[in-house]
Design a protein around this ligand. Sequence first.
Ligand code: FES
Ligand code: FES
Length: 158
Amino acid sequence: MVAVRVSCRINGEPRQADDVWPGESLLYVLRERLGLPGAKNACEQGECGSCTVYLDGMPVCACLVPAGQAQGRDVVTVEGLAGGDGLHPVQEAFLAAGAVQCGFCTPGLIVAVHDLLARVPQPSDPEIREALAGNLCRCTGYEKIMDAVRLAAAGGTT
Ligand code: FES
Ligand code: FES
């Protein structure tokens, strides 16, 4: 196997990772090579959504994306959603609604909710549930998460 260099834009900045092995996931490269631990590694099987990031504007499970597929593309992680002025309104809504306990699922949920509200600014409850069906939380019960999404939508946050 031959290690390769992967170059892409991450959160608007050109970044590169060297010595990437063919089997490495984008999640591994983000967390272990590029110092971006926001996306979480819970299942590594595409089952939990805790590793959700944008790849060319589409939410993906970074644990399922071979790092080489990010070559030349745009990646946005949860770290890239907060602006210079502080937390993103979706992040604020999660805090305000008490939708964060251990926080392990939160980064993936934030990206998924950010994507939902960009597409559907005033989602119905079924639309929220469908959009978040791939993001598992072990702690909060989902009603607080629903509250957070409703709060973010009411604030016109994206
Ligand atoms: S760690 Fe990627 S979906 Fe669970
Ligand atoms: S807050 Fe702990 S897994 Fe969701």
